[in-house]
Ligand binder design. Structure first.
Ligand code: ADP
Ligand code: MG
Length: 208
């Protein structure tokens, strides 16, 4: 396989044996997008996929859709946006909406320790507070438990303000399985969305 960055469908396919990924299609035609979205009653997320726009939110390239009424407009807006920005478009990714709490999981190569796995809470927790934990790969379920306990913000994952705790077994299994992935330089799952029943990767970037 070619070296370089893998995004969108390619990246999801690469990790789906290790960890659940959100159901999605990469399309260019509205009819194909609608066919997929109808399976989810149009409760889906649409994203611009292009190697020239790795950070999709920054260019307003991620839109949540709630109903059939707004679907067509969102789809066409994203195509127009890609055109305006003169992006080389792989397509529009239409993805099932996943409800839950956002965490990030990553792999990278450390010059001293070799492959390490990184785990943290999503959003501002990572960006502002650098609340993350690292372990050398591969890890066990006990290591995964420790990684969760390491986080200052771990209460976010527990029962909190009426929201149910995430399924910690699912989360730990995801960490263990991801820690066994080989033959890549870097992996970023940001976010992995987890709730009381399931967890799914919704944004994946791989560097090979
Ligand atoms: P990027 O990181 O390139 O800006 P993402 O695909 O991570 O784009 O989407 C940005 C944000 O949109 C995510 O952090 C998450 O909050 C939300 N999001 C993306 N995909 C989904 C999804 N399938 N279900 C629910 N929320 C999503
Ligand atoms: Mg992301």
């Amino acid at each position: 396989m070619k070296k370089g960055v893998m995004l969108g469908r390619d990246a999801y396919s690469y990790i789906r044996k290790s960890v659940p990924v959100a159901d999605c299609v990469l399309v260019k035609k509205l009819a194909d997008a609608e066919k997929f979205a109808s399976k989810y009653k149009f409760k889906v997320v649409l994203k611009i996929i292009s190697k020239q726009a790795i950070h999709k939110t920054e260019i307003k390239g991620v839109r949540v859709c709630d109903s059939h009424l707004e679907f067509q407009k969102i789809f066409n807006d994203l195509l127009q946006l890609a055109k305006n920005k003169k992006l080389n478009l792989d397509g529009i990714l239409v993805q099932e909406f996943v409800k839950g709490k956002e965490v990030i999981i990553g792999l990278k190569k450390d010059p001293t320790f070799g492959q390490v796995i990184m785990f943290g809470l999503g959003g501002i927790f990572v960006e502002l507070m650098k609340d993350v934990s690292f372990r050398v790969c591969p890890i066990t379920m006990d290591d995964a438990e420790e990684m969760i306990q390491d986080l200052k913000g771990k209460k976010m994952l527990e029962h909190f303000r009426g929201e149910r705790a995430v399924d910690f077994e699912v989360l730990k299994k995801a960490l263990v399985n991801i820690s066994k992935i080989k033959n890549i330089e870097e992996l970023d799952i940001n976010p992995f969305i987890i709730n009381s029943k399931e967890g799914k990767a919704v944004d994946v970037r791989i560097l090979r």
